[in-house]
Design a protein around this ligand. Structure first.
Ligand code: AP5
Ligand code: ZN
Length: 214
């Protein structure tokens, strides 16, 4: 099963993608996580990506497309995967479709996690990420058992650099301009499914599992 997660920054794509990946035993491929790992490791890609990410802008398509196409061609992706944060522009979606059609494959579901802008800023302010393993929490909606300590690995928690309110506003603007057109793109190809992302994490997940027919 090949699944794409769509939605505004902070809509809950990553939260749901991790749960889908665990339930269906398929890889969770997050371009944001890949860039953050590269930044942490000081790679050339990380240095380039950081200049865009810190401003709330998209990383140029040419830095993203090959990376994802290579990743989905790896052996562990044979039974499917969940893409989180890609595609994010029409050219990225077209590049993915082209690469998959060469292999006689296609995306099965594009799931749009729908959350209005007014909810987003509040969510981002409360998000905390583990510096060690990247697990994501929320001070109010998904708290850790011990304050400031990751449940999974015991690492410390931080506010992501791009979760400052002014950068969140910028990311939302970029989302509406460059990523929202994908809603029409996947409506036209007939694979778009919209879920209400404002309800509890578990309720969102239940709806997604129903859509996936499991
Ligand atoms: P990326 O990491 O993909 O960021 P994003 O799309 O802005 O999405 P987020 O990770 O911020 O949010 P999310 O929807 O995953 O929400 P989450 O589950 O964490 O990308 C970062 C940057 O990298 C981009 O700005 C860009 O520069 C670059 N980039 C990445 N991919 C790219 C690409 N393809 N092309 C170009 N550039 C690219 O949830 C948010 C919070 O809310 C959490 O605290 C969570 O616990 C909480 N929460 C989740 N669900 C619920 C719920 N139902 N109720 C209450 N709280 C909830
Ligand atoms: Zn951790």
């Amino acid at each position: 099963m090949k699944i794409i997660m769509l939605g505004a920054p902070g809509a809950g794509k990553g939260t749901q993608a991790k749960k889908i990946a665990a339930k269906f035993s398929i890889p969770h491929i997050s371009t944001g996580d890949i860039f953050r790992a590269n930044i942490k490791n000081g790679t050339e890609l990380g240095k380039k990506a950081k200049t865009y990410m810190d401003q709330g802008l998209l990383v140029p398509d040419e830095l993203v497309v090959d990376l994802v196409v290579d990743r989905v061609n790896q052996d562990d992706c044979r039974d499917g995967y969940v893409l989180d944060g890609f595609p994010r522009t029409i050219p990225q979606a077209e590049a993915l479709d082209k690469a998959l059609s060469k292999l006689g494959q296609k995306v099965d579901f594009a799931i749009d996690v729908d959350v209005p802008d007014e909810n987003i800023v509040r969510r981002m302010g409360g998000r905390r990420a583990c510096v060690t393993c990247g697990a994501t929490y929320h001070l109010e909606y998904a708290p850790t058992k011990k304050d400031g300590i990751c449940d999974t690995c015991g690492g410390g928690l931080i506010l992501r650099d791009d979760d400052k309110p002014e950068t969140v506003e910028k990311r939302l603007g970029v989302y509406h301009e460059q990523t929202q057109p994908l809603i029409d793109y996947y409506t036209d190809t007939g694979i778009l499914k919209t879920v209400d992302g404002t309800v509890d994490i578990e309720d969102v997940f239940r709806t997604i599992v129903e859509i996936l027919g499991a």
